[in-house]
Design a protein around this ligand. Structure first.
Ligand SMILES: [Zn+2]
Length: 651
């Protein structure tokens, strides 16, 4: 028999979407007395899977119904002209939907009732073929249901009277484990009604882009600063934006699943340009605030952070953050960049940071702070970062009363010069105006804090305007410290601002433990709180001035610091920027395109424009009139994969 191409839902056409290619095959070697008809390939848009492992799908289907299909050959086009065609497709679809719905509802009885109660019931997947209803029944246990079950794009084709082949795209999660791929059913007509005779599931290879999508009807705020566009269409294919604009400019293609989002807003994914994965969001990751190393050994904390970054990844996505810039931490933070997963944010990382001050918060044999005592130490530290393909050079520019400021400045300038040699962007932590000016002279690409000791002057504004620098005001991290100390003094658990409940339970338990912390010097802490609050007005005024001067602004939280939790801290930070006097739209641009610029990934991230990676959010209220509406997040798309925000709720 010649090999055949079945195009699901349409006429057979080689190379078209949804084709199942079959050919008689010896390699399959199905269990007897099954006749071999080998499925060689299933094509679903860009996804081509070799179904060698599933080669018996058809063969078993045929066995189940004692068909002579392999001998006769099949002409699906001919079966479509049969008057019973539509009726049978409808009946099979209803059974298929009942089956999928039972999985969604975790309804074991309803699920099993959709299968053929026979010894020839076949289930196949990456681990080979298993036969029989009894075994299927035994294996359908209470704990086998996925936490998330997303079934899309159900397609059916009638192979011959009484036999319908269908497939759908699945995405399932079990804990942190997510799989996506194609699942098939062969549905047959029996005296008891339509039943599934064959079922399969095959994961797509890692990195396979999600299926195409057309999002229609929403108001689009594209992140470029353009005014909101009503009744827009965003077409996503291969994980990227294919088209974004009016219905005329971007007509939804007929063969692409579309989702009506009328009454909602689409905005780019949020970029947090200032985070630290080496810190927890509580004092155990930063024991210089309050030392808890006796109860929470620092080495254990670091090891946990390195081993389970998924907790923070989920908190970011569940808060609408699709990209983050880790601007200082242990060398392992570089490995966070490698993932191709779409259930994690994009990560850029600057690795260990160069510090003008000798700082003790390191581990034996591992540094996150490299002391740059002089220019040569700074240069050699930059070379170390370059050799590790760091995304940037981060300098912690903290004045030290024991060392002349000029000497510290020389080290920072040398770091900037060496960074240019290796084409690495320079990031500087500088909160004093004097340090921030040196940072700009050193060629800083990103300032990750506000100037908070005094109002910026004309010299600073001119330096900033004449450069490519992005200013990330990081307004609220100091509030975290203040709230931490206040809670500890009052023996209260701090309030947690986590509208989508995506912060993990261990972090929450630690935050609650604040109430039991012993504060060594209450008077000193009170003065710290006072100083932190005084600086707020300076930071706000400086932000307004730099925004008005046209300096690039990014949003960044400094997440990981005490009570600045990874993920939901972005809401307070964006709201603080609005409260400082920026318009909601300005804040949105800073929190999207501004962050992409800070990460030097503006070509791919930060706005909803053709060619960019499809990272976007669906929001149920208008964030362009009030940035607080960003809390009304309902869906998160990352790399073209659309998820309900509820998927990231802690379990
Ligand atoms: Zn920081």
């Amino acid at each position: 028999m010649e090999s055949q191409v079945f195009t699901l839902g349409g006429r057979p056409r080689r190379g078209a979407p949804y084709t199942v290619q079959s050919a008689p095959g010896a390699a399959c070697d199905p269990p007897r007395p099954v006749r071999a008809l080998r499925v060689t390939e299933v094509r679903v848009d860009g996804l081509v899977r070799n179904v060698a492992a599933g080669c018996c799908v058809y063969a078993l289907a045929l066995a189940s119904m004692a068909s002579a299909m392999a001998q006769e050959g099949v002409d699906p086009a001919a079966t479509q002209t049969d008057p019973a065609h539509a009726e049978e497709i409808d009946a099979a679809r209803r059974l298929f939907e009942t089956n999928l719905d039972a999985i969604r509802r975790k309804d074991r009885a309803a699920y099993l009732a959709t299968y053929l109660n026979s010894t020839t019931l076949a289930r196949t997947g990456a681990n080979g073929v298993r036969l029989g209803f009894t075994e299927h029944e035994a294996q359908t246990a209470g704990d086998s249901w996925p936490d998330v079950f997303d079934a899309r794009d159900v397609r059916l084709v009638r192979l011959r009277p009484g036999v319908v082949y269908g497939l759908y795209r699945y995405r399932v999660t079990y804990g942190f484990d997510e799989h996506a791929g194609i699942s098939e059913r062969v549905i047959v007509s029996t005296p008891q009604g339509w039943r599934i005779a064959v079922t399969s599931a095959f994961d797509a290879p890692p990195g396979t882009p999600p299926p195409p999508f057309a999002l229609t009807g929403a108001t689009l705020i594209d992140g470029t600063g353009s005014p909101p566009l009503q009744d827009a269409v965003v077409i996503v294919r291969g994980g990227r934006i294919e088209c974004a604009g009016t219905r005329d400019a971007c007509p939804p293609p007929a063969d692409v699943e579309s989702l009506d989002l009328s009454g909602k807003w689409i905005v780019p994914g949020i970029v947090d340009a200032h985070v630290h994965f080496s810190q927890t969001g509580w004092v155990d990751g930063r024991p210089d605030a309050i030392d808890v190393r006796d109860q929470h050994p620092y080495e254990h904390v670091q090891s946990r952070l390195q081993q389970e970054p998924e907790h923070f990844f989920r908190a970011y996505l569940g808060s609408g953050v699709t990209a983050v810039f880790d601007v200082g931490g242990y060398a392992w933070t570089w490995t966070l960049r490698d993932s191709t997963r779409t259930d994690a944010p994009h990560v850029a990382a600057s690795g260990p940071l160069l510090s003008t001050r000798e700082f003790w918060l390191n581990q034996p044999g591992e540094q996150q702070f490299i002391h740059i005592a002089d220019a040569e130490a700074a240069r050699s530290a930059v070379r170390y970062l370059a050799a590790n393909r760091s995304d940037a050079v981060k300098v912690w520019f903290i004045p030290d009363s024991a060392v002349a400021f000029e000497n510290l400045a020389l080290a920072v300038l040398a770091a900037g010069e060496e960074a240019r040699t290796y084409r690495l962007p320079l990031i500087v932590h500088a909160t004093g105006l004097r340090e921030a000016k040196v940072a700009l002279q050193a060629g800083a690409h990103l300032l990750v804090h506000s100037v908070d000791d005094q109002l910026v002057d004309d010299e600073f504004v001119d330096l900033a305007r004449g450069s490519e620098v992005v200013y990330c005001p990081t307004l609220t991290v100091v509030d975290g410290y203040a709230r931490l100390y206040q809670s500890a003094l009052a023996r209260e658990s701090p309030r947690v601002d986590d509208p989508h409940a995506c912060v993990d339970s261990l972090t929450l338990a630690h935050v609650a433990e604040t109430a039991e912390l012993d504060v060594a010097e209450p008077e000193r802490l009170e003065s710290v709180i006072e100083r932190l609050t005084q600086r707020r007005e300076v930071m706000r005024t400086n932000l307004r001035r730099l925004q008005a001067a046209g300096v690039g602004i990014a949003m960044g939280t400094d997440a990981g610091n005490p009570l600045t939790l990874h993920g939901p801290s972005v809401y307070a930070e964006m709201e603080a920027m609005q409260a400082a006097g920026l318009s909601a739209l300005d804040v949105l641009v800073a929190a999207t395109r501004g962050g992409a610029r800070a990460m030097r990934r503006e070509q791919e991230l930060g706005s909803i424009e053709a060619g960019k990676i499809a990272d976007l959010l669906v929001v149920d209220a208008d964030p362009s009139i009030d940035i607080r509406n960003m809390r009304q997040l309902s869906r998160v798309m990352r790399g073209g994969e659309l998820r309900a925000v509820g998927e990231f709720r802690r379990r």
